[in-house]
Design a protein around this ligand. Structure first.
Ligand code: ADP
Length: 498
């Protein structure tokens, strides 16, 4: 009896396997961290072999902790850190180099060479600016810098993948017939996929000098990718769902309608707004990406906006100012005061991202009087996350014309109820936190389960999805406008400082 679905969540710092039941509840899980290899400033690598070994192990942990065998697993879903680039030899199964992680900026020089001063060169085709973040320049770096790599690639001996493809290939047999595939959401982050055709774009491959034989086949996120090989604990179980992490979270939040949105509050924030079948090109510095695709259906597209510093501002209060001992204390401290006391903290620690895009901006704390104390600073820090979220949502609204009716939230900061209430107040829409906040793993499980009929359709998912808590806006328009106006003045100071 197929009672469960298993989701593999291959993240930036760890790999997890989570088993879900038919109600979408977590039954068991396993997790292992992997090494962050930083050999030079700006370089971040992972050992792909370590990631694969960890994947096998966490699958074992999750199954044994709930006493399960493969016969009880209906299907496997995979979600992963996006853009991180692995190239391996298909006859030995060995990576030719450590994986180059999405945060790695070593390819800035390649970006400068290719952009000719115009980083929007490929934006119409791919939805993305030319930046070290995306996979293409990481592939170029590997082909140029690993001895013999270009010749082997030209001879069709090497394979490229983001970590979903790397795990899929290994899970389905590796050198003995592993399947080399990825899904549309991961492919949309490489800078090599045409957003309209959902296939690798020949003109881009030519410009980047990347051989087509290196690339995985692109499939819908909800489709049959392959069958797990015979040596695995999951042998003969099908892999039927793959989504990049932010898109998986969007799927796990059931943001299936045009205008549905989710915001993940972690170290930084990731907002995704479903724009339906429309490819919306942003004028406000948001990225255009594929939200998901179900086999046999048109894809859903999305706008994505990221904020660099949100949860990490709370870490800064803890580590650099020492005014709290742990992240959760910020709420207690913020609640010792009524409001921000006139103080605004704009954490432009590494410049400002969307919608300002000023890398030279620097952080400010303004509005100080003798009255302001550490409670106000804690409060201003929480408010900074809500104000920045409001800016990015406003940018998405201007680009897409959709008006938001609610915001679904997840990530480490959403435990903070003071922040959630203020967020609802500033956005003037309800903010909703689901019961299962592991939305990334849940989204991949939903995708995998849908394909095999474990869940019948999206309506069935709507029925099992459970809200944990909802915050309704209760602020007056007048106060909201005043706070936003003051925030905007504070943001201006970060630019004046530059
Ligand atoms: P990531 O996935 O980016 O590592 P998480 O989703 O685990 O991040 O969230 C961790 C972040 O949330 C940290 O930056 C931490 O400072 C912040 N955080 C954790 N708990 C709270 C809290 N109660 N209030 C505010 N921020 C919090």
């Amino acid at each position: 009896m197929n009672d469960y679905v298993i989701s593999i969540d291959q993240g930036t710092t760890s790999t997890r396997a989570i088993v879900f039941n038919h109600k979408g509840e977590i039954i068991s899980s396993g997790q292992l961290e992997h090494e962050q290899i930083m050999t030079r400033p700006g370089w971040v690598e992972h050992d792909a072999m370590e990631i694969w070994a960890n994947t096998r192990e966490v699958i074992g942990q999750a199954l044994t902790r709930a006493n399960l065998t493969r016969h009880q697993i209906a299907s496997v879903g995979i979600t992963n850190q996006r853009e991180t680039t692995v190239i391996w030899d298909k006859s030995t199964g060995e990576p030719i180099h450590n994986a180059i992680v999405w945060q790695d900026t070593r390819t800035q020089e390649i970006v400068d060479r290719l952009s000719g001063g115009n980083t929007d060169r490929f934006k119409d085709l791919t939805g993305l600016p030319l930046a070290p973040y995306f996979s293409a320049t990481k592939i170029i770096w590997l082909l140029e810098n690993v001895e013999g790599a270009r010749e082997k690639a030209e001879d069709g001996k090497l394979l490229f993948g983001t970590t979903d493809s790397w795990i899929l290939w290994n899970l389905t047999g590796g050198i003995d017939g592993g399947v080399h595939k990825t899904d549309v959401t991961n492919a949309s982050r490489t800078l090599l996929m045409n957003l309209k055709t959902l296939d690798w774009d020949e003109s881009l491959l030519k410009t980047f000098e990347i051989p087509a034989s290196l690339l995985p086949e692109i499939q819908p996120s909800v489709s049959e990718f392959g069958v797990v090989e015979s040596n695995s604990l999951l042998r003969e179980v099908k892999v039927t769902g793959i989504l990049g992490d932010q898109q998986a979270a969007t799927f796990g939040q059931l943001a299936f309608e045009k205008g549905d949105s989710k915001n993940t509050y972690g170290t930084g924030n990731f907002l995704i707004v479903n724009t339906g079948d429309e490819i919306v090109h942003s004028k406000n510095g948001l990225i255009t990406t594929v939200c998901y695709q179900i086999e046999g259906q048109a894809p859903a597209y999305a706008l994505e906006g990221s904020i660099a510093v949100t949860g990490s501002l709370i870490q800064w209060l803890r580590d650099n100012l020492g005014i709290i001992e742990n992240a959760a204390d910020v709420e207690t401290l913020a609640n010792t005061v009524e409001d921000n006391g006139g103080a605004y903290l704009v954490p432009a620690f590494s410049g400002l991202f969307a919608p300002h895009w000023r890398s030279d901006a620097r952080g400010v704390l303004v509005g100080l009087t003798r009255f302001v104390n550490k409670g106000h600073i804690a409060r201003a820090s929480l408010e900074a996350t809500a104000f920045q979220t409001s800016e990015v949502m406003e940018a998405a609204r201007n680009d897409s014309g959709v008006s938001f009716k609610e915001l679904r939230v997840d990530g480490g900061m959403v435990k903070n109820e003071t922040l959630m209430q203020f967020q609802a107040d500033i956005l003037n829409i309800p903010v909703i936190r689901p019961k299962v906040i592991e939305t990334t793993a849940l989204g991949a499980a939903y995708a995998a389960g849908l394909q095999v009929g474990y869940w019948k359709d999206l309506d069935e998912l709507e029925q099992i999805w459970q809200e944990d808590k909802r915050w309704e806006p209760s602020m007056t328009d007048e106060l909201r406008e005043q706070l936003m106006a003051d925030w905007n003045k504070a943001v201006q100071r970060t630019l004046d400082w530059a």
